[in-house]
Design a protein around this ligand. Sequence first.
Ligand SMILES: *Cc1c(COP(=O)(O)O)cnc(C)c1O
Length: 319
Amino acid sequence: MIKNNKIFDLKSLDYFILAPTKPPIYQQLFSPLFSEKGLEVTVKRLDLLHPDAQGNKFYKLHYNLKAAKDLGLRKVLTFGGAYSNHIHATSFVAAANGLESIGVIRGELIVPLNPTLKDAQNQGMLLHPMNRTDYRQKDSPLILEQLKGMFGDFYLIPEGGTNAMAIKGTKEILTDQDLNMDFVTTPIGTGGTFAGLLGSATAKQQVIGFSALKGDFIFSEIDDLLQKHEIIPKCTYNIQTAYHFGGYAKHKPTLIKFMQELKKEANLPLDPVYTGKMLFGLFDLIQKDYFPHGSKILVLHTGGLQGVRGFEQRLGIQL
Ligand SMILES: *Cc1c(COP(=O)(O)O)cnc(C)c1O
């Protein structure tokens, strides 16, 4: 491998420099419920950092793309479902950095492509469908060898994007501006974002993660991540597992109605897989007096809005 940064346009790295060029937008939410309970609720709109590479994916990809460049690799390869925010963001961030991208998609490619995959393809991502049996073993040496045979050398980003470089990035989500917050909330998928927050939140803060998946496996998953990445949280933390609405990407009318209301009343667009469920859970916890009077709560809007189009298309619902 050649270490040769010169062949890449280093200016494009500016794309990744967030704070000086694009200060994050904070949006305070108002509700009679918050006043009644004496709470201040602020949303950090990571979804507005970039129109296409939204939210936490921005942070998760940052050091991965940098690592690919530093290694002199010209291609990144990653995995995801047909509506994956991670696939979508990777295609944009790779293109913006002059890297080729390959998206290995679980199952068949259905044409016409859905909006997520269409965007990815328009960014130059090569979409490679993989049957579900192989996909389950996608991290095995055999499958990786096959992919290397097909595509040559590439920088591998795991499904969902969680690895050491991703966590290095998600540790940067919280900044000095957030130090006065008592609680920080995030959705949890693979846990890379949650783990990064636990690595950076202060001893005075509590981080609450709302699992988008059904099941208690997430507790050991997070323990494993913390151990693997040597994160010893200074903050306290809590994982909520009661707001999955039937499981990953599943939904119920109460969730949809709640999201529609929040968009209308508070001008806060949400996605049904992650942020909608987190906000629903947050309102529920507030109702149940989880938070002491006077608390300041920071809600991380982790993005995912690109997925809303496909969701609306499939279900004929307007969010
Ligand atoms: C990917 C994603 C998550 C989950 O992030 P993890 O680091 O995998 O836990 C949360 N919210 C949105 C909008 C996402 O796209």
